[in-house]
Design a protein around this ligand. Structure first.
Ligand code: SUG
Length: 448
């Protein structure tokens, strides 16, 4: 049976703004308080989806969340009408209002961890929504994420959904941003690679000194158990705490994998040789030939990687077996990174082509091409069971761009977030979106 990797990209929501909310994420910190352009952000994301679809890749779309999150503000003690809740929060606790307005659900690599059916004990595709427990503005995403994923993958025979792990720091889980899967074919059993930043219960593992390690070993292990993965199909590795302290807040800022290939920076991991040997051995057991491409620090520094997001690229398999790398334009702007990419694609290896995208609006909050997509490997039967409303087509692209043009502002600054009108605009837009994507009622304002 045919199988595919389907990229579901997060559609940027109408409140996209630069709140400076993510300590440890260099871009989020350095662009704090700048005014944003939500319309441009959404169109940049849609252009990437369209381009991948036009290149023949399977592409889907994942809906943004309801923001401002009035229900979250109510849980923090703000009361009255929805407009009063927003006005009071603006007056008494602006940082909480900013957090409740974040469009961070666009970075759907953090929405969930997904295991394809070929890896799981019950032969279903498993999803565990990420608790994103490290940052308040992201910790409020998972209930809606679960409802949206449930509406997209609504067939119990093929899809199993797990609620987010307990919302405490010991089980900090950032979803697919710290998870990669290696395989020969997407529909065949593979090796799932979980990368953690620290251990919550075992102090033999070193931890970063400056910035938080968002993903714990214990969270990764819990997800592997929930999904029914075999020990022989799982490899755990620790992220180098020194690179977390340099701004590598997720593993997908320093490594990306696809098929049988891991593309990574020399400083990405601890005990790299042991990890590579385990990946090689376990992939060989399912008939795969593991290959790694290490980018030396002499060619690209960790700082270059953080600024350019070289590794936050999408590594895609083409029908002839070669691979294509989708990178943000910041890679072209960095001389060393661009020179490295030229040498990589001309070296006769598997990665033959680089395509550059302008995702500046998202990049300025630390989200590159890979952050914006959730990969779901599906066989033909499973793909047919996905809600067809969320699969990208030329008409859907047309509807979504028209929807963005109609509803989105082209400038948003912190003071705009206090405008109750923004809430009404967002709800009107999202109500229409659920009809376009045929999701049913998934937002709190549609349910309560
Ligand atoms: O969680 N930025 C996101 C970026 C997530 C990128 N995702 C992956 N690497 N997979 C984060 O730090 C910034 C929001 C603000 O500051 O307004 C933010 O949440």
């Amino acid at each position: 049976m045919k199988s595919y990797e389907v990229n579901f990209d997060g559609l940027v929501g109408p409140t996209h703004n630069y709140g400076g909310l993510s300590y440890g994420n260099v871009a989020s910190q350095s662009n704090s308080q700048q005014s944003s352009n939500p319309k441009e952000a959404a169109l940049q994301g849609l252009a990437k989806m369209k381009a991948l679809m036009d290149m023949g890749f399977q592409q889907g779309v994942l809906a943004p969340q309801e923001r401002p999150d009035v229900a979250a503000l109510r849980r923090l003690g703000f009361s009255g009408t929805d407009a009063q809740v927003i006005e009071r929060a603006a007056k008494e606790a602006m940082p909480l209002l900013v957090a409740s307005c974040s469009a961070s659900s666009m970075w759907v690599a953090n929405a969930a961890t997904v295991s394809p059916s070929a890896d799981t004990a019950d032969g279903r595709v498993h999803f565990t929504a990420a608790n994103l427990n490290c940052k308040y503005h992201r910790s409020i995403e998972h209930p809606t994420t679960s409802r949206v994923l449930g509406a997209m993958f609504a067939n119990q025979q093929h899809f199993a959904h797990h609620a987010a792990l307990p919302a405490v720091v010991q089980f900090g889980d950032e979803g697919a941003a710290n998870h990669t899967r290696f395989c020969r074919e997407y529909g065949e059993a593979g090796v799932e690679f979980f990368v953690f930043g620290r251990s919550a219960f075992d102090n033999r593992f070193p931890a970063p000194q400056k910035y938080p390690a968002r993903q714990t070993l214990e969270a990764s292990q819990a997800v592997a158990r929930l999904h029914g993965l075999r020990d022989e199909g799982v490899v755990y590795a620790q992220q180098n705490p020194n690179v977390i302290d340099q701004g590598v807040f997720h593993n997908d800022v320093i490594a990306v994998g696809n098929g049988e290939v891991l593309f990574y920076h020399e400083d990405a991991f601890l005990e790299t040789d042991k990890m590579l040997a385990e990946l090689q051995g376990k992939l060989a057991k399912v008939g795969g030939n593991f290959q790694s491409v290490c980018v030396p620090r002499s060619a690209v520094t960790v700082d270059d990687a953080v600024r350019s997001y070289l590794f936050n690229s999408q590594l895609l398999s083409r029908p002839d077996g070669s691979m294509l790398l989708i990178v943000p334009q910041e890679c072209q702007a960095n001389e060393r990174v661009w020179a490295y990419l030229q040498s990589l694609t001309s070296s006769g290896g598997l990665i033959r082509e680089v395509k550059v995208f302008d995702l500046k609006q998202s990049m300025q909050n630390g989200g590159g091409p890979a952050c914006l997509r959730l990969r779901v490997a599906l066989n033909e039967t499973e793909l047919a069971a996905v809600n067809p409303g969320v699969i990208m087509t030329a008409p859907l692209y047309g509807s979504l761009t028209a929807w963005v043009e109609k509803h989105y502002r082209d400038r948003l600054s912190e003071t705009d977030l206090a405008d109750p009108q923004l809430l009404l605009e967002c709800r009107t837009a999202l109500d229409e979106l659920t009809q376009i994507l045929k999701l049913g009622a998934v937002y709190p304002f549609q349910i309560n």
